[in-house]
Design a protein around this ligand. Structure first.
Ligand SMILES: [Zn+2]
Length: 178
């Protein structure tokens, strides 16, 4: 993203009264129950980056310790690695997923424990769209997959500038043209 949104507004919006907020290693706010998403549209290219506190997905922020936790962690990573099942640009735009990367953080085998007790997974995806002018919305179906998740904070950057919006359970569609 070329331009950053006003950091003070962002900080105020993310530090809600009920939230557990902590500074993540790379400086952005980390709030349980929330996933942060950045969407970029540049001509035919659509990109999405996602940062999820592990608590929002799993309810713990460390390596799994029990079989149930291991299964939950594997399922969460499998979901993130299969964006076709929950992340859908407008069908009319004819977007084809080109890349999909998931950084499992502390869920990776042998990863060190989180230093401050908080941990995230990150993922990024990119599509090429045959009819980008038809790209009006992006469906993010994460609430179905992750029951603990309450809010998705979305920043969009496209040719019209930047905007931000919040998807609250059960909303799932981000508008892309303002
Ligand atoms: Zn945390």
């Amino acid at each position: 993203m070329k331009h950053r949104l006003v950091p003070i507004l962002m900080a105020a919006a993310l530090a809600g009264p009920a939230g557990l907020v902590a500074a993540a290693p790379h400086g952005h706010a980390h709030e349980h129950g929330v996933v942060r998403v950045q969407v970029g549209v540049d001509g035919p290219r659509l990109e999405l980056a996602l940062q999820a506190p592990l608590d929002s997905l799993l309810g713990f922020e460390r390596a799994p310790r029990t079989d149930a936790e291991r299964r939950a962690a594997e399922q969460a990573l499998a979901t993130l690695r299969q964006p076709q099942s929950w992340l859908q640009p407008d069908a009319a735009a004819g977007c084809t997923l080109e890349t999909s990367n998931v950084d499992p953080g502390v869920l990776a085998p042998g990863a060190p424990a989180p230093r401050d007790g908080h941990a995230e997974v990150e993922a990024s995806y990119a599509w090429r769209c045959a009819q980008p002018q038809a790209l009006r919305g992006l469906e993010i179906g994460l609430f179905d997959a992750f029951r603990r998740l309450q809010r998705i904070e979305v920043e969009v950057a496209d040719a019209n500038g930047q905007g931000r919006s919040t998807l609250k359970r059960p909303a799932r569609v981000v508008k892309l043209q303002r």
